[in-house]
Design a protein around this ligand. Structure first.
Ligand SMILES: Cc1cc2nc3c(=O)[nH]c(=O)nc-3n(C[C@H](O)[C@H](O)[C@H](O)COP(=O)(O)OP(=O)(O)OC[C@H]3O[C@@H](n4cnc5c(N)ncnc54)[C@H](O)[C@@H]3O)c2cc1C
Length: 372
């Protein structure tokens, strides 16, 4: 069992990231390219990538602290970087050949390239094994046909880790991972979906029509894809949990400041208000412990599926509950679409859904508990 307190090093890093996020991130309504560039200049797009591949060689926990702090300011930037790093760059780091590593990792870690992950399809969301995108063997490689849905950074990313089946009759053993590059003939993105939140993060379809992929762009062996996807999701889920922490902290910060101020200051002594604030703050600290512990377990090299799912489930539910309670505390104006708490509320909802819905996290946790 790993017990958890942040070291002085990690506390300093967290402070550094908070300062960066507070000073440098903008809050526009467009894709946050400038935020990504500023993060890239500081090396933050490759925090947990080893130095030999152009990254910063930081541990996973440091990266998690970064996602928490940027999500506190701009949760769209948070999810774009979380996807870019954990499921957009780790695939090559963990499973790539030396050639694939040298071709992609320095650009991804340095932020010249943006990474994305394409697993979900119509009818294959929670049940990813049911995917129907096909990869047919052709001379020199594969021909891919199919359509992925709800792909974060779909129209913006440069490199996509995509999952397709080489033989549907083999079930999960036919699923294979491929590295696709923006601009490959036959690869197109749809229009950004109109979502309730995370509006700066572009979410699109990704279509593959007679798309030729060289054999050198297959990641791992034929049939390894499902295991690759599932193993990446452990790290990905801790990243989304950290996004939940950032959102919950932002909600708590806003409400505390609001209740301390001006004409509402009298309300802070009401017991219902103080109880609600205390519950929100306590839930957030509990979530934080779960998230940091999951990151520490991952850093230790131990299996972290249960810890990652617990962290994702609890932290994203906490983000949603915090936004809801803070809206209640701060009143009528929070119903306005441009109100910060309204944004936190809308952004928090998606965190309960992606990288495996919170129902799926419960299934993972129970399965891990029942393993013999
Ligand atoms: C903003 C956003 C960004 C996303 N980005 C990406 C991305 O970059 N790449 C990518 O591949 N995907 C992405 N997704 C897709 C996301 O991972 C899926 O939406 C998610 O896995 C759920 O799949 P689904 O929507 O098809 O729901 P379904 O699988 O159809 O599930 C519907 C409901 O049933 C529940 N459910 C399903 N199975 C069970 C079960 N066995 N037991 C109990 N309840 C169950 C689910 O929890 C959910 O509440 C994104 C989604 C969103 C909203």
């Amino acid at each position: 069992m790993i017990m958890f307190t942040l070291s002085e090093y990690h506390l300093n890093k967290k402070e550094e990231f908070r300062e960066f996020a507070g000073k440098e991130l903008d809050l526009g309504d467009h894709f946050p390219r400038e935020n990504l560039q500023k993060a890239a200049q500081k090396g933050y797009l490759g925090l947990p990538i080893p130095k030999e591949w152009g990254g910063q060689g930081e541990d996973f926990l440091t990266y998690i602290l970064f996602i928490e702090e940027i999500s506190r300011v701009c949760s769209s930037t948070g999810v774009i970087i979380a996807v870019h790093t954990s499921v957009g760059t780790f695939p090559m780091l963990y499973y790539g050949t030396d050639q694939q590593k040298s071709r992609y990792l320095p650009g991804l870690a340095g932020g010249e390239l943006l990474g994305a992950f394409a697993l979900t399809e119509a009818g294959a969301g929670s049940d990813a094994a049911a995917l129907s995108t096909t990869a047919t063997t052709v001379d020199g490689g594969y021909c891919l046909n199919g359509c992925k849905l709800f792909i974060t950074s779909g129209g913006e990313a440069d490199i996509f880790t995509v999952f397709a089946t080489v033989d549907r009759s083999r079930g999960v053993k036919g699923i294979t991972a491929f590295l696709l590059e923006k601009g490959m003939p036959g690869l197109t993105s749809g229009h950004p979906e109109k979502k309730m939140g995370l509006n700066r993060s572009k979410t699109t379809e990704l279509r593959m029509e007679d798309l030729f992929v060289p054999a050198a762009n297959r990641l791992g062996k034929e049939g390894d894809g499902f295991q690759i996807a599932m193993s990446l999701l452990d790290g990905g889920r801790i990243g989304i949990a950290a996004q939940g922490l950032g959102l919950a902290q932002a909600g708590l910060d806003f409400s505390t400041a609001y209740l301390k101020e001006g004409e509402v200051s009298g309300r802070k002594t009401e017991q219902s208000v103080s109880f609600a604030l205390a519950d929100v703050a306590t839930g957030l600290e509990a979530a934080r412990l779960l998230v940091y512990r999951a990151a520490a377990v991952k850093d230790s090299g131990m299996r972290c599926s249960k810890e990652a799912s617990m962290a994702k489930l609890f932290a994203t539910d906490t983000a949603m509950a915090t936004a809801t309670r803070c809206m209640d505390l701060c009143g009528l104006s929070t119903a306005l679409i441009d109100h910060p708490l309204n944004r936190f509320f809308c952004d928090a909802k998606a965190t309960q859904i992606y990288e495996g819905s919170n129902q799926i996290q419960r299934i993972v946790i129970a399965r891990e508990l029942l393993r013999s």
